[in-house]
Design a protein around this ligand. Sequence first.
Ligand SMILES: [Zn+2]
Ligand SMILES: [Zn+2]
Length: 155
Amino acid sequence: MFDIFGDERGNKKKRTLTTAQLKDFKAAVGKCEICGKKFSVSVLQHHHIVPKEKGGSDNLLTNVLVVCGTCHDMAHKGFYKQKELREKIKKRSKKVVEQIKAIEGRRRSLRKKKKGDSHTGFGLDVPSIDIPDPFAPPKKGRGKKKKRNDDWFGF
Ligand SMILES: [Zn+2]
Ligand SMILES: [Zn+2]
């Protein structure tokens, strides 16, 4: 099977949007912008109207749509013209646009804050992924183990 969602999975190095920003973006829109149906954030996906490999930007206000899996699939199969998809972006309500602007603004201020840190432009937008710590103790409150922490390698 070919990778129809390659624009979201294959380009991790190039991605400048953080996972948190995308999540907030989806939450702000709250629905598929193509079919208009409401979905939860975990189900919603994002789609670049102009693919990044063709020079498309990460700008949430101009090039990125929130879509459901079905519409995303169709978009990649060429069911919609880029012009049509751009029309969908224009239909966003003022309130949604304001929220998206705030998310975009966060990205800019993030960069500003980090200036001097690195001027390469790389490594500033590391996606923050909410992975539960696999090494975290399963439960707290089991004080018994804590005492013997230093004995881990104490042979
Ligand atoms: Zn849809
Ligand atoms: Zn896509």
